[in-house]
Design a protein around this ligand. Structure first.
Ligand code: SF4
Length: 910
């Protein structure tokens, strides 16, 4: 008997974005040791300083992502299930043979900001310390490596000086290339609350698109794509012209001022020039520059819009220059702030998980420092020069110079630029090992060896968020199948490669202690002082590690490790002492560059990319929660209505997006959020969810020469209508291999799956086309028009609706919410079955429309109807429908509807 015990609670950390919210999981633990997943409820941890109880809809939906469907649960070699002993033997032997034959640089690891710090540490130690190559890079290269390089250039180390409190305390907040409302929603919620309590706080959004974040902006500067360097050089020049520099700070705490100033004055000779370079209204630009000049408490929060650029380092330094030259750093409410994308991008940087770092904020520039790490690790084979960064790594793989790669917890076949090239490289590589918790991804499909890793809720270790806060991710779920922790898998392989003494860790706590000890090892040498120092945590007992509370680094010899974070570690550089050899921050002369991509007659549109509100990365987890799919169901391109009219692309039509690197077919969504000539596509879709919607296939591998971060925000594309001869919709209780057609996309729902389909040529016989790929039961109901252009089919198994298919020359108008509810329902022959073929219930008017509030599944149509019925503002809508009353992520879109209410038509609704 499976008696449930009293509910238990575990405090852990959200696995999605770099905000690093504390999550409390409440669950009943079965009394036996079964692998059964307990019922789990999720709430925000009240006393976690990052979120103080808040969660966004992704974090709040974590409980719906814990099932074992699609999980990789056993090791596999060449498609055959095997045991761990055989799998780790195979990996160790193959790696050892390749290294013996071709040298250590013939192998590589590609890691992930999703890994825990302990996993990251042992992977980095194995490759750089013992294999002897620095070919370890990570998907964080795609996310914030430009900010890392800019920090090192300006401060002497990769330091985010500020903290989240600064964002709330700022009187002027610049949000640059950061759609915070969707990408870091809890920070956005904190900004909204701060603005409500201090309406005088001014918020400026600098972004080519009008994003959801603009909802709270006092000013939106719709900057020309990629021209940020011109804007911030212009700001520095404006500070000079308006006598707004802090010369005392410049003289006492910086170097390089004259060169920096000269570059700024040369490239920004007047405000008019800067406005023209950035395609901005001069008066609006002057207003923002004057605000910066006259406001002491100013935070410049920047993200991928700055970093994902072929000149991302310069752009980040141009922002930092303005803060250093005006003394707006190291003070409450005053800092440049790079916010990271992933939950443990910062932890990966701490252990040295980038190819141009060694370990513990030590790079390859100082032979003595390298020797210190070699001494600490007790190794003679330490790497002494930088390895290959991601783009170069996959190019070397393509050239067969790298002959074995081990990819952990990431999906480069989707996320790398020019991903068709990357996929080809992976398919041709002699040995591709992938550790993942998901069985089928675009990357696992290229692997020779699959190693099942634990997932969120099963893993146990630490992560560091964007404000240097180290938090625990704790295990509260049983480990399914044969899955193992990443650090255990790596240590097993290291053992079999002959490095057992260095990898005989008992548990994750012992790895953390070693990582913390390394951070403090010989870390007091004059002129070589490293601010990343958590040696105060190096003696945590296993129990103390289990119970450790969130804390910001540095943590130096602080025996009271279970108290609140030191106030001294909360905000760095408050004393103006930097970690450069002369302790001065470096002002860097910037020569701004535009993106490598430029539009042409052949490729006249500039494509921008980003995340959408409710999905994360390549959807492997978030697509498991149907409520997260309802907000945006299909891959899409946002186009300005004027462009769509010129291209003869109508509402809901499909478009073929292409350039010389790749092509996509996606749904057209019209709005004027972007300027004419610009377009936007999300990053999430891949071949598991759509036939051709992987946006990175359209991006060449241009990268920043200093950071190696690819330019993933600007690609020149052409857009054409996809000439569909037919459109189809398929609903099914089970996941299917879609029938052959140019466009399909898979939409998970509560009861099964929906597939949207389209093709340029109509099959001669729908039923045979259909049955070529899908096995249907004989109990079928079919309706077909005489000209074969309209065809509908429903298939039943023991009166249960299993599958239904609808096709027409235009997208069939169906009530999907109702249809999906019929999947799995008993439907006897008769009128009820006819309704299935009709695609809607007998009584009309129950469609919610696009779901805006994912938490309470409130659709756009319901909100429009409430507005028609007299609601006049968001508060009244919330009172009536509850929309927006939980995480608040939908509030910008609801406010848009309220604003546009006078232009909208009443609609039938639920
Ligand atoms: Fe997770 Fe949302 Fe918090 Fe990011 S903002 S850490 S996705 S709950």
């Amino acid at each position: 008997m499976n008696c449930a015990r009293q509910p238990r609670q575990t405090e852990t950390t959200c696995p999605y974005c770099g905000v690093g919210c504390g999550v409390t999981a409440t669950y009943s633990q079965p009394s036996d040791n079964s692998q059964q997943i307990p019922a789990v409820s999720i709430s925000g941890t009240l006393h976690h300083s990052a979120n103080q109880g808040r969660l966004c809809v992704k974090g709040a939906s974590l409980a719906d992502t814990l099932d074992h469907e699609d999980r990789l649960l056993t090791p596999q070699i060449n498609g055959r299930t095997t045991d761990w002993e055989t799998a780790t033997d195979f990996v160790a032997t193959q790696f050892s043979q390749i290294i013996a034959e071709h040298g250590p640089d013939a192998v590589a690891f590609y890691l992930s900001g999703q890994l825990l710090t302990e996993d990251y540490y042992v992977a980095n130690k194995l490759m750089k310390g013992f294999i002897g190559s620095a070919n370890v890079d990570t998907n964080s290269r795609l996310c914030m490596s430009s900010a890392v390089t800019a920090h090192k250039r300006a401060f002497g180390a990769d330091i985010v000086p500020g903290c989240y409190d600064d964002i709330e305390q700022a009187d002027l907040l610049l949000l640059i290339g950061a759609n915070t409302a969707w990408t870091h929603p809890v920070i956005y919620q904190r900004i909204v609350a701060a603005k409500q309590s201090r309406p005088e706080m001014t918020i400026v959004v600098i972004d080519p698109r009008r994003t959801a974040t603009c909802d709270i902006a006092d000013v939106h500067l719709a900057i020309a794509p990629g021209s940020d360097g011109f804007l911030f050089n212009g700001l520095l020049a404006h500070l000079v012209r308006t006598n707004s520099l802090d010369h005392e700070y410049i003289n006492a705490h910086t170097e390089g001022f004259q060169n920096c100033l000269q570059q700024a004055m040369t490239t920004a000779p007047s405000l008019t020039d800067t406005a023209q370079q950035c395609a901005l209204d001069e008066a609006a630009l002057r207003k923002v520059f004057d605000l910066f000049a006259t406001t002491a408490r100013c935070v410049s929060l920047f993200s991928q819009g700055i970093n994902q650029s072929s000149s991302g380092v310069d752009k980040a330094n141009s922002i930092i220059n303005c803060h250093l030259a005006s003394g707006k750093i190291g003070k409450p409410g005053a800092t440049p702030f790079s916010i990271t994308g992933q939950p443990n991008a910062m932890g990966g940087r701490e252990v040295g998980g980038l190819a141009n770092q060694l370990a513990a904020h030590i790079d390859f520039s100082d032979p003595d420092a390298i020797q210190n790490v070699a001494d600490f690790w007790q190794t003679k084979t330490i790497a002494r020069q930088e390895g290959l960064k991601a783009i170069d790594m996959f190019s070397a793989l393509h050239r067969d110079e790298i002959k074995a790669i081990w990819i952990m917890g990431t999906n480069p076949a989707v996320s790398m630029p020019n991903n068709n090239f990357v996929t080809e490289a992976l398919k041709n590589c002699p040995l591709v090992v992938v550790s993942d918790c998901v069985a089928s991804t675009d990357t696992t499909d290229c692997a020779n060896v699959l190693l099942p890793a634990t997932s969120w809720g099963e893993k146990d270790g630490t992560v560091t968020n964007s404000e240097r806060m180290i938090s625990r991710q704790r295990q509260f779920l049983p480990i399914p199948g044969e899955a193992r922790h990443d650090w255990q898998i790596i240590c097993d392989v290291a053992d079999k490669m002959g490095f057992s003494d260095a990898f005989n860790f008992d548990n994750q706590a012992s790895i953390f202690r070693e990582h913390a000890a390394l951070s403090g090892f010989r870390n007091s040498d004059k002129g070589k002082y490293r601010l990343f120092n958590i040696s105060g945590l190096s003696r945590l007992s296993d129990t103390a590690y289990d119970n450790v509370t969130p804390r910001q680094w540095p943590v130096i010899n602080n025996p009271k490790y279970d108290q609140a974070p030191d106030s001294s570690s909360k905000r760095l550089f408050s004393n103006g002492v930097y970690v450069t050899p002369n302790n001065r921050a470096r002002l860097t002369g910037i020569s701004p560059q535009l993106p490598q991509a430029s539009c042409s007659a052949e490729y006249p549109f500039m494509l921008n990319t980003g995340r959408i509100r409710d999905q994360w990365h390549t959807m492997t987890r978030t697509a498991k929660a149907p409520q997260l799919v309802t907000h945006t169901e299909e891959p899409f391109i946002n186009l300005h209505p004027d462009d769509a009219a010129t291209l003869e692309l109508g509402f809901q039509s499909l478009a073929l997006i292409s350039n010389s690197y790749g092509s996509c077919i996606v749904r057209v969504v019209l709005n004027d959020d972007q300027q004419p000539g610009q377009a936007f596509m999300p990053i999430h879709w891949n071949q598991q969810y759509a036939s051709r919607a992987s946006v990175c296939s359209l991006f060449p591998a241009y990268s920043d020469p200093l950071s190696g971060q690819p330019e993933l925000k600007q690609a020149a594309i052409s857009i054409k209508p996809f000439a569909a001869a037919w459109y189809g919709s398929l609903i099914s209780r089970n996941a299917l291999t879609p029938p052959a057609c140019e466009y399909w996309c898979k939409i998970p729902c509560e009861q099964g799956y929906r597939y949207m389909l389209a093709g340029s040529q109509q099959p001669e016989n729908w039923q045979s086309w259909f049955e070529e790929s899908l096995q249907l039961n004989d109990d079928q109901l079919i309706m077909s028009s005489a000209n074969n252009k309209h065809f509908r089919l429903a298939s039943f198994n023991d009166h249960i609706l299993e599958t239904a298919f609808f096709t027409a020359p235009v997208p069939p108008v169906l009530n999907y919410q109702w249809l999906q509810q019929q999947l799995g329902a008993q439907i006897k022959p008769g009128a009820q079955r006819q309704m299935i073929l009709a695609g809607r219930p007998a009584t009309a008017g129950k469609e919610k429309g696009k779901i805006l509030c994912s938490c309470f599944q409130v659709g756009e149509n319901c909100i429009r109807e409430a507005l028609s019925a007299g609601c006049t503002n968001v508060e009244e809508l919330t009172e009536k429908l509850k929309c927006g009353s939980n995480c608040g992520s939908c509030l910008p879109e609801i406010k848009d509807l309220v604003r546009n209410n006078s232009k909208t038509m009443p609609m039938a609704c639920c």
